[in-house]
Design a protein around this ligand. Structure first.
Ligand code: ADP
Length: 399
């Protein structure tokens, strides 16, 4: 900019001189001034260019590269001197422990007894060590730790966070244990009745008939459980694939009500249904959304008292997004204790009040519902009061 101004000043002084507006002395003085400005700036920019080039061409040293690399690692890296003082910790360590630990004693910063013991041990035998650490307070954490002696008796500690992996491993084994237990219970009872029929009740047709009916019920329980387990695993596999069909939710729920009408009649329960006509099309998968409302209505009837009302209607609360609809299944039944509300969507969880009432179920229905709604990028909310009733709110994207 200054370069352009000095050229302009330079030329205009000549024009002024030409039209005899200024004297020759003034012309010389003005031009000396603009020449100084012009070259001063040029020199300056030359210098700054050189510094840009030299800084961009400056080669990274081995130390710079190591630092960048170590900071980008996902593992926590700590180096101790022989007095157990932290002489280096990478960026991840600072993020994990909330502060730079350099200059501090490891024992006062990381209170993991197994790790401190391993540090003492490695100082004696100088052999590389690996250990697994499980912490439960304040949160569950699972780390794999490696220790090695490096230059000048310094100790390198590498901590890798395996918490998420361990959590999913635990969940998988809990799931297998629960599923096997749930399947084993009706199987044991089936086996028992079979033995009775073929042994002590061999010549007693009336007992045989009674036992055969119980066996049918137990076999039915196993079948329902296997069906639920299979649909849960199928839904989990497809959870990342968002359904795209246009579904008429009014028609769909009317069909579900029809399917449940006998069950409702048995308990003298009336089902009220009203959905806004302008919110009748949602984006989803017809079969899966049927499973959602089938499970919710089935529960509402199952956990309602005789001669009560179950409602399916647009919720009073607004959905999270503008282009969503919110549909609630409401009952005045046994309700859910506040401390259980967040647990009812866990697989196999059945609340104590239900167990006492001896109402049968697999404990998988709401887990299936939650996964299907997640797959639809919807929201699932539960509002309930013990002995008063429940509202299960399903929010879905409108078409
Ligand atoms: P299931 O009904 O087969 O036990 P679900 O997964 O459908 O399994 O439900 C899990 C638990 O949530 C139930 O066992 C019950 O404790 C509670 N629950 C579900 N729906 C209702 C409801 N409408 N009223 C009261 N409790 C309910």
């Amino acid at each position: 900019m200054i370069k352009i101004l000095s050229i302009l000043g330079f030329t205009s002084s000549f024009i002024l001189f030409y039209f005899e507006a200024i004297q020759i002395e003034a012309l010389v003085l003005i031009n000396i001034f603009f020449i100084i400005i012009f070259f001063y700036k040029t020199e300056n920019s030359r210098l700054s260019n050189i510094s840009i080039i030299s800084s961009s061409k400056k080669e990274l040293t081995k130390d710079d590269l190591q630092k960048i690399f170590i900071d980008e690692l996902e593992d926590i890296i700590i180096i101790l001197n022989r007095f157990n003082i932290i002489v280096y910790n990478n960026k991840v360590a600072i993020e994990n422990f909330g502060a730079d630990l350099e200059g501090k004693h490891i024992g006062s910063e990381i209170r993991i007894p197994e790790l401190l013991e391993a540090i003492d041990q490695i100082k004696i035998d100088k052999k590389q060590k690996k250990l697994e650490v499980e912490l439960n307070i304040p949160l569950f954490k699972f780390y794999k730790v490696s220790l090695a002696v490096i230059k000048s008796d310094q100790i390198l500690i590498l901590i890798r966070d395996f918490t998420e992996m361990r959590k999913s491993q635990n969940m998988r084994s809990d799931f297998i244990a629960n599923a096997s237990h749930e399947l084993r219970t009706p199987l044991v009872s089936l086996k028992g009745f079979l033995e009775t029929i073929s042994d002590s009740a061999k010549d007693d047709p009336s007992s045989q008939k009674k036992f055969i009916n119980i066996m049918k019920e137990e076999a039915g329980k196993m079948e329902r459980l296997l069906d639920d387990l299979m649909s849960l695993s199928r839904i989990e596999l497809q959870e990342h694939i968002r359904p795209k069909d246009k579904v008429n939710i009014i028609e769909l729920i009317e069909n579900i009500i029809l399917l449940n009408s006998n069950k409702a009649k048995e308990k003298n329960i009336s089902i009220k249904f009203k959905i806004n006509d302008n919110e009748k099309f949602v984006i989803g998968d017809k079969e899966k959304l049927s499973a959602v409302f089938l499970n919710l209505l089935d529960n509402a009837i199952k956990y309602s008292h005789n001669s009560s009302i179950v409602e399916i209607r647009n919720s009073d609360k607004k959905p999270i997004f503008n282009n969503y609809t919110s549909i609630s299944v409401i009952d005045n039944g046994v309700g859910i204790a506040q401390e259980d509300i967040h647990r009812v969507t866990e697989r196999f969880f059945r609340a104590e009040n239900i167990k006492k009432l001896k109402i049968s179920g697999t404990g998988l229905g709401l887990a299936i519902v939650k996964h299907i709604i997640n797959q639809h990028r919807g929201e699932f909310k539960i509002h309930s009061n013990l002995n008063k009733g429940s509202e299960f709110e399903v929010q879905l994207p409108l078409a």
